[in-house]
Design a protein around this ligand. Structure first.
Ligand code: ANZ
Ligand code: ZN
Length: 860
């Protein structure tokens, strides 16, 4: 028997046993298992430190819950679609499918090597037709429910590759030359950087394409309000989502606009609604502006050819200016558009004063914010101010600060604060908040309104490696969904091309219309991969179900996910989409719950020399010589899961040493058999420490404070070692101590846990063991323990500094009934020393005094 801990061999052995015994498989009849989920990995090739940390957290927690007697659902799968696979395939002359499957094989092996305990019988892979057919099925249900729209939207377009680019494929390139070859965008080049295609470095343009959207905005209110109740989520994440959804209270104000030449042909103008968060500034409105995509802009650009242009409609010159402006703005990045705009021939009537205001089409007014139109109040809104200055529009002050000493010159700068109204007719003198309320109450043209910044979810990707959108385009019938019985619409074979490979797949593309039977074309857009991850947590419940995406009854029993852990880069999109999907599914009658996740944890970053540890930075440390378990034990014991921490070789070594120590202690104990039977005075202290440690570690696991659990475990190990070094230990107490350590460390270091368990008990598995229970109520002992702790700390500091060669003796002395006396003595000695040594403590003297005290003698 060796006392060296051969981690490689031990890991392999226990992994084999776990698999043989199916210990991680969930009992199908479990009533309501604890659902612990780590965000499934994107299949990019290898695991990185973020994955390791993420999965070490969920694994430790699931193991802990399992030992507590819970049924635990802890599954794993692969987020396997996405552009990187396509690019890798392109570069390596293979296809995305083979590349992805190779990544999965490698990553699965890595996860297994780490010893993570997954129920692999539930493995799901999103790029397999068995999975993505349900994306298509769900797309259709959402479509039927009116949650899918098909609309033109601007996309990044590379004119050289002739393809749409995802935002991530657009890179900023520093511009060394001051001259830009692209004359069209003029001033943009002066910024010093430009947006280019990641592959060919051609400057990227904008293009309008018809795209598919999920109307997540229908759920803006619920997504927003629901955040308050997500008490198990980090405040930071909730705040980020709140900001992303961007709820704004204000008013909708209706302006009459004349001079558009509407189809009705009468004198009656068009009605244009604007949204404002500051209705009380209405008397300061000096113009009206609509976005280039607004229907009024469209009407002004197109005019009404049939009616001729002799009437009051937009004159031909203005019409052309508007048309041209709309055209150029659409092809440019919103950042480049700035405060450009064109005046139109139309006129807006101020709803309260009846004054005529000029109407602009302006790029800074966003199409999908509010109503896509604003009343320009340059005196009190910064953007309006800039626009007004650039276009020579009047600036009026209608609010002054209550504090008269505050100077405001709205010609120079907008005053955006609250205050007292002026130049506002009967509302003069009122406080701005009150004025806003009264204005809305008094006038039909103003109405309370709430808007959200949240945009609809553009799910179209003009790429190959994703779920084909199950629609058909027919010349006669328009867009027709593929019938359910024809799902899945499977991907055709991959072809290497610069554009969208699905466009190039001629044969696949040609189909017949499900409605009229005539020849038709398939939709060639695929779905954003975030669709796959929006409901995968449901598929894990019944991964093989053949006639539905998930089992509704089971979902109602088993949900929500109890604990979800992942990186905070998903704080917005993934988590928002998942919430949206859950709500939509509930409205489709497929689910009862409307929120998918009870407790969310965003794990922090692992740093190396202050930088994020990542394979792309080439600073991933794979401590082969210490074994996989050292890595997991280290990442768990280094810091709270939500905190960043620095990877240091020293601390990794510490995690390794702890395993060695525990292993040696168990081996030595089993082999030596030198325990005693009769009780001695300090046995009781050790027995109580075991109980106290159990209580403390339990508490730490409950709160995911693995690092503190590890410290407690280390402390108990230390005490037991001293206990044995000082005197022959009491056999039963010592053995219980070691078994307790085995059980307590098993969730974090499961291989070691098994090995210790096996050595000390010779039967059963730690992974299936009951969580240890204190023999006595340890809570009453907690306060006492705090005192001991303090004393120990003091004494230890002294011992460390003075390099006393009797640390065991001091510690056990303190640990005994005289601990209070020891604390007192240290205190007294330090104070006395301090007093006569004028600020310096003579450590040796303190230690001498403590050791010399007779009441501390041990009768060994
Ligand atoms: C008039 C007004 C007066 C506004 C005032 C503000 C201050 P913030 O500014 O972030 O709080 N807005 C509305 N729809 C818009 C659109 N489609 N594109 C660009 N801007 C738009 O957001 C609220 C304000 O954004 C709104 O309130 C509106 O300007 C502008 F002293 O209306 B406000
Ligand atoms: Zn048809």
């Amino acid at each position: 028997m060796t006392s060296h801990y051969d981690h490689a061999q031990i890991q392999e052995f226990w992994q084999y046993v776990w698999e043989r015994d199916d210990v991680y498989e969930l009992d199908e009849d479990a009533a309501d298992p604890t659902y612990v989920l780590g965000m499934f990995p994107y299949t990019s090739g290898t695991l990185h430190m973020g994955h390791v940390r993420n999965y070490a957290i969920t694994d430790a927690y699931s193991r802990y819950r399992r030992m507590q007697g819970d049924d635990v659902l802890h599954p794993m799968g692969w987020d396997a679609f996405g552009l990187p696979a396509e690019n890798a395939a392109f570069e390596r002359k293979t296809d995305p499918e083979s590349w992805t499957q190779a990544c999965i094989r490698r990553m699965r092996e890595e996860l297994e090597t780490m010893g993570f305990g997954y129920d692999w019988s539930r493995e799901i892979t999103t790029c397999e037709p068995d999975y993505y057919r349900w994306n298509q099925w769900l797309f259709k249900r959402l479509y039927e429910a009116g949650l899918v729209e098909y609309e033109a939207a601007a996309v990044n377009w590379c004119p050289d590759c002739e393809t749409v680019l995802a935002d991530a494929q657009v890179v900023e390139r520093e511009n060394e030359r001051s001259e830009s070859s692209d004359g069209a965008s003029g001033d943009a080049a002066s910024n010093g950087s430009e947006r280019v295609c990641w592959r060919c470095e051609t400057p990227v343009g904008r293009r309008e394409l018809d795209q598919w959207f999920f109307t997540i905005t229908d759920y803006a209110e619920e997504l927003h309000d629901g955040l308050d109740e997500l008490e198990g989520w980090p405040d930071g994440v909730r705040e980020i989502q709140r900001n992303w959804i961007g709820r704004q209270e204000g008013a909708r104000i209706t302006f009459e606009v004349t001079g558009v030449g509407d189809a009705a042909g009468g004198d009656e103008g068009d009605l244009v609604d604007v949204f404002s968060t500051r209705p009380e500034t209405i008397y300061g409105a000096t113009y009206l502006a609509v976005s280039p995509g607004h229907e009024l802009a469209r009407a002004l650009a197109e005019g009404d050819e049939e009616r001729g242009s002799a009437d009051e409609s937009n004159g031909p010159a203005a019409r052309e200016t508007v048309a041209e402006y709309v055209e150029t703005v659409r092809e440019r990045d919103p950042d480049e558009v700035g405060f450009s705009g064109v005046e139109t021939d139309a006129t807006a009537i101020h709803p309260l004063t009846g004054e005529e205001l000029p109407v602009y089409v302006a790029g800074y007014v966003l199409e999908d914010v509010g109503t896509g139109a604003v009343m320009g109040v340059p005196g009190h809104n910064e953007r309006d101010h800039t626009f007004a200055r650039e276009h020579g529009l009047p600036i009026e002050r209608v609010i002054v600060p209550e504090d008269e000493s505050v100077e405001t010159d709205v010609e120079r700068e907008a005053y955006t604060g609250e205050g007292i109204l002026e130049n506002s007719g009967e509302y003069d003198g009122l406080e701005s908040g009150t004025a806003g309320e009264r204005l809305v109450a008094a006038h039909d043209a103003l109405e309370d309104d709430v808007t959200y910044r949240l945009r609809d979810w553009l799910i179209s990707r003009q790429r190959y490696w994703g779920t084909p959108i199950p629609m058909v385009h027919c010349d006669d019938c328009g867009r027709v969904p593929v019938p359910d019985e024809d799902l899945p619409v499977e991907l055709p074979e991959f072809v290497r091309t610069t554009g969208n490979p699905l466009d190039a797949a001629e044969e696949w593309n040609r189909t017949t219309c499900p409605e009229c039977g005539d020849p038709a074309r398939r939709e060639t857009d695929t779905m954003d991969t975030f669709v796959d991850s929006s409901w995968y947590y449901l598929r894990f419940l019944s991964p093989d179900l053949a006639d539905a995406p998930f089992d509704t009854d089971l979902a109602n029993e088993w949900l929500p996910v109890d604990v979800y852990v992942g990186g905070d880069e998903h704080a917005i999109l993934h988590l928002l989409y998942t919430r949206f999907f859950t709500k939509a599914l509930a409205d489709l009658g497929l689910l009862e719950r409307r929120e998918p996740i009870r407790e969310l944890m965003s794990q922090g970053t692992v740093l190396y020399d202050g930088e994020k540890m990542s394979s792309s930075r080439g600073n991933v440390v794979a401590p082969e010589e210490y074994g996989a378990e050292t890595t997991r034990l280290f990442v768990l014991s280094a810091a709270h899961p939500e905190q960043d921490f620095e990877w240091t070789a020293n601390n990794v070594r510490g995690a390794y040493d702890l395993q060695q120590t525990l292993y040696r202690m168990a081996t030595a104990f089993v082999e030596a058999g030198d325990a005693r039977l009769e009780e001695r005075e300090h046995d009781d202290y050790v027995a109580r420490e075991i109980d106290r440690t159990i209580a403390a570690v339990t508490d730490e696991y409950e709160r995911f404070r693995f690092h503190r659990a590890a410290t407690e475990i280390q402390e108990l190990a230390r005490l037991l070692r001293r206990y044995r070094e000082y005197d022959r230990p009491h056999g039963e107490i010592y053995r219980r101590g070691l078994l307790t350590l085995a059980a307590l460390i098993a969730p974090m270091a499961p291989h070691l846990g098994e090995e210790l368990w096996n050595k000390l008990r010779g039967e059963g598995l730690a992974v299936e063991a009951d969580w240890p229970a204190p023999e006595r109520d340890a809570s009453a002992y907690q306060r006492e323990r705090q005192l001991v702790d303090r004393t120990l700390e003091d004494v230890r500091d002294i011992v460390d500094v003075a390099a006393i060669d009797e640390p065991e003796r001091i510690e056990l002395v303190v640990a005994r009934e005289w601990k209070y006396r020891a604390a007192e003595l240290v205190d007294e000695a330090v104070t006395a020393d301090d007093a006569d040594g004028a600020g310096t403590v003579d450590v040796d003297a303190v230690v001498d005094r403590v050791l010399a005290d007779e009441t501390l003698e041990i009768d060994a």
